[in-house]
Write a protein of this length. Structure first.
Length: 200
């Protein structure tokens, strides 16, 4: 599972900037990580705007919190990322956004219904809302674990969105689809009653 850290650092920077430009991130909110060994990950730093983020800013650390490389502090949500990696061995990337439509569902603590075929194919069905926990605590990740079961992501109550994947590309794609489904459902509700799809 050991991978070229420089390549992965740059991929995290590129995906983070793309997310910032697409509106999945705003300011310094949100974070992204990838697993590089069973108990190690690369993660975005805390309090750095994504339009100035550099590859050397990405923090290399162990899941127990030990920083191996990096001059900056890791994201305040590193415990959430670590908890997901520990619970799901097949997950190698975690992407936390504050995308507006999906986060609106998190604020009202409702699942995002499966109303598009992408919900079934890429996300596993409806997107559940994990129970609330204070940001920056391990409980955010612990609460997300059941909500992520058989799903490509979940929302975090009164907080944001969590997307996971086998790699950064898949986690990013799922984050995009979560926001897209939430937006389409919201539009559809203004017209009539959306029809949900059964999970494939």
């Amino acid at each position: 599972m050991e991978q070229n850290l420089d390549i992965l650092r740059q991929e995290i920077v590129d995906k983070s900037l793309e997310a910032f430009r697409e509106g999945l991130f705003s300011g310094t909110s949100g974070n992204m990580s990838c697993r590089v060994a069973p108990d190690e990950m690369l993660i975005t730093p805390t309090s750095v705007r994504y339009d100035v983020l550099r590859a050397q800013d990405i923090v290399y650390m162990k899941l127990d919190g030990t920083v191996l490389e990096g001059e900056l502090q890791p994201s305040s949500e590193w415990r959430m990322h670590a908890a997901v990696y520990k619970a799901y061995g097949e997950t190698n990337a975690v992407f936390h956004t504050h995308s507006p439509y999906a986060t609106a569902f998190a604020v009202v603590r409702k699942s995002i219904p499966a109303v598009l075929i992408e919900s079934c194919i890429f996300l596993g069905g409806d997107i559940r809302c994990a129970d609330y926990a204070a940001p920056g605590t391990e409980a955010v990740g612990t609460n997300a674990i059941p909500a992520l079961k058989d799903r490509g992501g979940c929302t975090l109550a009164n907080h944001g969105v969590l997307a996971v994947g086998k790699d950064l590309a898949q986690a990013y794609l799922r984050a995009e689809y979560i926001e897209d489904v939430a937006r389409i459902y919201t539009y559809a509700k203004s017209i009539g009653t959306p029809v949900t799809l059964d999970t494939l």
